[in-house]
Design a binder for this molecule. Structure first.
Ligand code: ADP
Length: 261
């Protein structure tokens, strides 16, 4: 709070008014805290695979390399952890790229049905690998939308990838897209493990996971949904989650078609 007394010009001993300026720094403080929390989280997340890699390298160097079977097992772990590290860095860069260009979003023409089909083709082998059926119901007359095409694709990939990751073998993932009023609705629904009610409000926070061990096991970075949220925002859209534990989850994206320029 800054306070200034206003004095009478020809008689500075007389005060005629008081100006008080209150600057709200709570928002700035909050942003600073979020930033420093993020740096701390990133450092921690990067350190976990690094510690594991250096641990296994050390063990190999101090003799384990002699045993062919142990050696191969350790090299596999090092391989997995290196991949995790690369994915984490990719996701951090994607997130920061999306956040930094939020005010200068590309307005490319996007034909949703083409991208949806492309993503379906891309994700099918991953689903098949887990004996999961990837079903699609895509309206062929979806209107054109405008925005960053790569981000639109990334958003779909992240949601379908999660649906596959958190659905046990032989489950189903359904991708639906249609137009309702002036919105494009995209739903990704699975028959997976579901999400406890209490966790739903925090899902889109960076590095928030319902079950850290499970996320690690399926190769998650904890950033997938934070990326999705920022992309949805760049389309002026909304995202909703319906979920029931042990039954499945549905992520619904609502993008205004009027986001066209
Ligand atoms: P992660 O890399 O851990 O998957 P995300 O940001 O993509 O990170 O998702 C955050 C958390 O939300 C996940 O760790 C998981 O607990 C939960 N989650 C996301 N999608 C689903 C889903 N389809 N079914 C069940 N849980 C999900």
């Amino acid at each position: 709070i800054y306070t200034n007394l206003i004095k009478l010009e020809n008689d500075p001993t007389k005060t005629i008014g008081l100006v008080t300026l209150i600057e709200d720094i709570t928002e700035i403080r909050k942003l600073e805290k979020m930033r420093s929390d993020f740096v701390a989280n990133v450092s921690h997340e990067l350190k976990t695979p690094l510690t594991s890699i250096s641990g296994f390298v050390e063990t190999l160097k101090s003799g384990a390399i002699e045993d062919e079977e142990v050696k191969n097992r350790f090299l596999d772990i090092i391989d997995i952890e290196t991949e995790r590290l690369a994915r984490l860095i990719d996701d951090i860069l994607t997130l920061s790229d999306i956040e930094n260009s939020q005010h200068k979003v590309l307005h490319q023409e996007i034909l949703p049905s083409d991208t949806l089909k492309e993503v379906e083709e891309m994700m099918k082998p991953i689903a098949t690998n887990k004996a999961i059926e990837l079903l699609t119901e895509i309206d062929l007359n979806l209107p054109m939308i405008y925005g960053n095409r790569d981000w639109f694709k990334q958003m779909l990939i992240n949601l379908i990838d999660n649906a596959i990751k958190y659905t046990p073998r032989e489950g189903k993932v359904q991708l639906t897209a249609y137009k309702r009023y002036s919105n494009l609705i995209i739903s990704v629904k699975d028959t997976g493990i579901g999400i406890p009610k209490k966790d739903i409000p925090r899902l889109f926070e960076r590095f928030y996971r319902v079950d850290k061990a499970r996320s690690r096991k399926v190769g998650g970075t904890g950033l997938g949904l934070a990326i999705v949220k920022h992309i949805v925002l760049s389309f002026n859209g909304k995202i909703k989650v319906n979920s029931e534990q042990d039954k499945g989850s549905e992520f619904i994206i609502i993008l205004p078609i009027s986001s066209a320029k």
